[in-house]
Design a binder for this molecule. Sequence first.
Ligand code: GLU
Length: 449
Amino acid sequence: MIEVIERMKRKDPYEKEFHQAVEEVFGTVRPVLERYPDYRRSAILERLIEPERLIQFRITWLDDAGQVHVNRGYRIQMNGAIGPYKGGLRFHPSVNLSILKFLAFEQVFKNALTTLPMGGGKGGSDFDPKGKSDTEIMRFCQAFMMELFRHVGPDTDVPAGDIGVGAREIGYLFGMYRKLRNEFTGVLTGKSLGWGGSLIRPEATGYGNVYFASEMLATRSDTLAGKTCLVSGSGNVAQYTVEKLIDLGAKVVSMSDSSGFVYDEAGIDREKLAFVKRLKNVRRGRIREYADKYPNAVYTEADPQLDFNPLWDRPAQCAFPSATQNEISGKDAQNLLRNGVFLVSEGANMPSTPDAIDIFLANNVLYAPGKASNAGGVAVSGLEMSQNSMRLSWPREEVDSRLKTIMKSIHKTCLDAAAEYGKPGNYLIGANIAGFVKVVNAMIDQGIV
Ligand code: GLU
């Protein structure tokens, strides 16, 4: 195991985020490797960290002023042992191979936990959608799909959204795919309702995370009612996390974007949330405008000099990091504990640094790793694929009830695996081991390929 990790670091020394994700998973599966010595002979660890296929391509597009731009596009088909590759596309200037390999690696285990037949993949571009016009976004998405269409398909690889890719981008991507292939199939998920999308898909990641948190609290005979909650982010995941928390009687006091965060001690109610949805989804503005509209809220500009985020230094009982990777440092974790937080349920992918996770686990925090707690999004993507294949669409209640059942099942799977391996209540170990065993058994069944 150590040698595999060392070799990976020597080969690709700059892929820090990928190393972090691999070390987090491999650091917890040693007891499984001891129980099944066959895994070593099958070089399972080496196979899991080597993408089955990695596509990198040039995207050339024209801005509104007639200037040509070049961006990098990627699709990583990480592991297809249990189904077509499945995972989102991220458009953000920070996108590089390290970020996408970490996301693809996480996605493999997350998708395995959903109980649905989906392999793991991820893709995206270093394109920055901030400040771009609608026509520029359309031209970029079309240029992206002009290459990607060769590599994806409803039974091969089914991309979806992630940071910077929402319903608008999925629409433009789908339009170009349909034109190039002359085919109307479920090649993307997160589509709009009128042309193949699933009800509850926009809500699924946030709702699913809150369902998971409720399950964790139930193990301590507790509920979310009356809890003060910190939420970071203000995109799709954060918005529907806040919505479900309000539904369940919790009080949410924060939201953020990359420029800063708002703290609203009175709580973000339905009307204020509707304002955030309009602000972010329609007007595409900054969260600071929340404090202009609701002057009792305080806006704090992000300060890159600080080694902590003041958002995590406010009194609360529960935290739902829903912005991006490594947004909770060790110091943030200490601050959360000092302020009374005893539940952390991850809406983003890998938002807690390894130091933060150690602190949560050492202090008996109900800590849910993203690959378990944010799996509701991709789970409903799986349900969207099923509906597309059947050419029908399920009502809202049906999708929501399936989502609830899936989140309950992931919660139980994590707890069962953790108990089986002598770490009761440790969701990190439970999620990693359960996802790992499912994928690895499929790989072994399918031989040396
Ligand atoms: N990007 C989301 C995730 O991290 C959703 C992926 C999907 O729906 O395929 O799981």
